[in-house]
Design a protein around this ligand. Sequence first.
Ligand code: PEP
Ligand code: MG
Length: 538
Amino acid sequence: MASPSARFIFEGRTASPGFARGPLVRIDQAPRTSRPPGTRYEEESALRAALDETADQIATLAGAAGGDAAAILEFQLVLLEDASLIEPIFATIAAGTAADAAWSQGLAEQIAEYQAAPDEYQRARASDLIDLRDRVRAALIGGTGSCDQIPAGAVICAEDLPPSRFLEIDWSEGGGVALLQGSPTSHVAMLARSRGVPMIVQLGTLPRSAGTALLDGGEARLELDPTDAQVAAFETRRVAHVRASALTASLLTGPPATCGSETVGLHINIQRIADLDHPDARYADGIGLMRTEFLFADPAGMPDETTQLSVYEAVLHWASGRPVTIRTVDAGGDKPIPGFTEDGEANPFLGVRGLRLCLKRPEIFSVQLRALARAAVQGKLKVMFPMVTLPAEFIAARELFSGVVAELRSAGTAAALPELGMMVEVPAAALTIDAFPAAFFSIGSNDLAQYVMACDRSNGALGALIDPLNPALLELIRRTVEHGRRQGLGVSLCGDMAGEPRCAAALLRCGLREFSMNPASLARVKQSITAFGRERAP
Ligand code: PEP
Ligand code: MG
């Protein structure tokens, strides 16, 4: 049976770890009133003024916050000027609807589209549109309630919280966020992680009022009106968390990992820009693998050149001079993309995937290459191709890329051919590695293991057979690393085994000195590498 206090404990999903203890403050929803329609001219002018006012508010917030927040708010500013969104709304006003009703109707369709997207990342974009809807409505009808009244250190509760409202709150004295809905992949969750503000999402329902709230972001647990014993237990967990974070930070900010006299590079893998918000990501030597499939999962269709360019620019901006390796889209296998990958393949893992598919669909591939060529002038960009099997494929992709660069330049657009490398994840490529004219190699141990061991990587029943420490896999890794050393070419490993501390020693013995992994694994892998290096020290 539940204890008397159990009804005041709520569980959701983690969006940002950390602890907050303070008063629970509910942020009100947008006003539900409407304004009586004026003449067409009055309504059009009112909407124009409201759009301008909203754009000013967001631009001011972006200017004050800078960095990642500015990039996030940019999405909203672009939408406010998007003719395909705005013009139909003015047409509705022309047909006799009041500005606020026309605006809400126009946004409702877009919001519903994002909310219905199969991909959680896309669904999370709906909250940015809801913010725009509410801000413009507030400018037309009256305020939504300001964030000035929020006491320092409060736990903010709302259905969802748009990034712009998050940025209006002063977090300098702590505090946290408890959302009834929301998503860990939303923009506001990214901001919370990067600013160390604890956040729980998807709490469902909460009482409208409560006194003190204890928020444990990592455990996704919210306790309201706690007893003294609950407060004491919460404080014990909070102190332990602070100590553990300090330990990790001291390891990651300490001297670089070494093996003998050689430095070991520790890079990160990212699937989405949000992964850069992980608190340990900043300590990486660079980005060793940026998967780009997420860009192609937009239900609205294939991403255009500008959309892709803005994402690549944001990543290069984050890296601020550190190397960034972006992998061209690896569709197919376990990553089908409607409208792009082949339907009805009997065995998609052995089918038209990765570079094979891109070479078959140059009209889609060249859009990505154009965006990458334009991004290449803005930072230390390296590009690699996935699933390369034959040297001829690599050469064909390189030629296509060179052609794209020449085309852009002749049209007066700044572009460059980045350093071109390849994933080594097909056994045939690993066995004939010296035949590939690549500038660097990145070993994809996830696929390499499944093809070497004839085990579908997604079949849990084969988990024991697909052990990364299998000598056959290690032999292919060793040969690839040795080739790189002989030729003076970089070799990194970006499959999951790079992030497994138990594999570090075996990989170092193969000669590997560049690892790329999820940011969360950096500290533990660094610890294993350091321990191995110490054992080997003379
Ligand atoms: C790999 O195969 O090891 C790899 C990094 O690529 P992915 O997991 O995206 O196939
Ligand atoms: Mg792979």
